[in-house]
Write a protein that binds this ligand. Sequence first.
Ligand SMILES: [Zn+2]
Length: 503
Amino acid sequence: MSSSVAELMDYDEVVERFEPVLGLEVHVELSTVSKMFCGCANAFGGEPNTRVCPTCLGLPGSLPVTNRVAVESAIRIGLALNCEIVRWCRFARKNYFYPDMPKNFQISQYDEPIAVNGRLDLVLDDGSIFEVGIERAHMEEDTGKSLHVGGATGRIHGAEYSLLDYNRAGVPLIEIVTKPVTGAGERAPEIARAYVTALRDLLRALDVSDVRMDQGSLRCDANVSLMPRGTAEFGTRTETKNVNSLRSVERAVRYEMRRQAAVLVSGGRVVQETRHFDEASGSTSPGRRKETAEDYRYFPEPDLVPIAPSPEWVDSLRATLPELPWQRRARVQAEWRLSDPELRDLVNVGALDLIDATVRAGADPGEARTWWVAYLAQQANARGVELAELPITPSDVATVISLVSAGELTNALARQVVDGVLAGEGAPDEVVAARGLRVMSDDSALTAAVDAALAAQPDIADKIRAGKVQAAGAIVGAVMRATKNKADAQRVRALVMERVASS
Ligand SMILES: [Zn+2]
């Protein structure tokens, strides 16, 4: 189904005339060992329909049992989002038919979610803080997956037939819903991206999910509406579903703002509907008209007991919370004495956690920063990957730094070691051994190299003796070339001066 190209308003004009209102719904798949209500393994991919049982296939007579670890993860997420954890809550059945959902209903939480009324503070690109209210976080189960075969787009339209894989059916999900985000103005797209980024970092710190947007373990639905400036009543919203990268979240919000503004100024009405975001064109297209809650005929799930977390249980889970991203930012800023812009730069290149881990592996903070934001950031850039995706660990970097400070590697050699690690040649020690990169500490060999270089350029010694000390640089350079950079340049310089003085 190809929709006609939508009219778009110039973005500057949109934000002059309208105030955007966002609502962000993020689904996160928990990385529990088993599924939400049965013992089937919870893992990505796998041979289709091999991780299924009567319960997650909805066969007659099967009964669900709630996964305790999933509930604990939900509570920990709620606590980390400054939510109130309710004293009592229930699951509900959300009834609808879709082929990827074999029970014909999804077990979810409707009017009785486990965590409500929280807050997440975002750090924007300029270092300012924007607070997003959290409406709720609730538990539910994921659906299976449809694979539409034979079409050009992988969507159902144009497909010849569809296949179903229920491995994902019943995987534990937490849905986190913001309160309406107002006051974002022209920064709405940036704020949407910053929110998903902050949430991803938080969930990663909690170690409750692998938060892989590319594999669907973190998915964002972006609700967008516009209200004319000077008015206070929310406009009709659209919900762009399953946006699967941080950049796409930003692009989808911007596109919807421009599209809706054009509809509104031409006297049209925004249709309440779901929309799909197309990565290639950066545009959204209509999905289905949005159902209302009544359409789903929610009722309390009769096969599951309510959940009533005791204050003691909640307190014990609160005690398991790790250092959260904003606590970490505050701590490292104080410990490393960073200015706000310095801290912001580290956060923006995704280096903060990596540097922190490198420091905890024993490295000096300044050295760790230099490696990650300079040489390694260049390598990540050249490969077109995130810093964290480089095949080198903070402990590898700490090892390289310790070899340099022990005088066993020069900076030039250290870069070669890092190159070797990045090329998959093994740990730093293995690369040093395999490539023979240890610094030359044998003075007699170095002295011989210095003498040979002085003999090859006899005028240099005279210049040095005449006081032109910087002429020694040519000899140092020649020795470094002759030793393939395995010499310590400072030691070579000292030897050059010694040999000139004593000759
Ligand atoms: Zn199962």
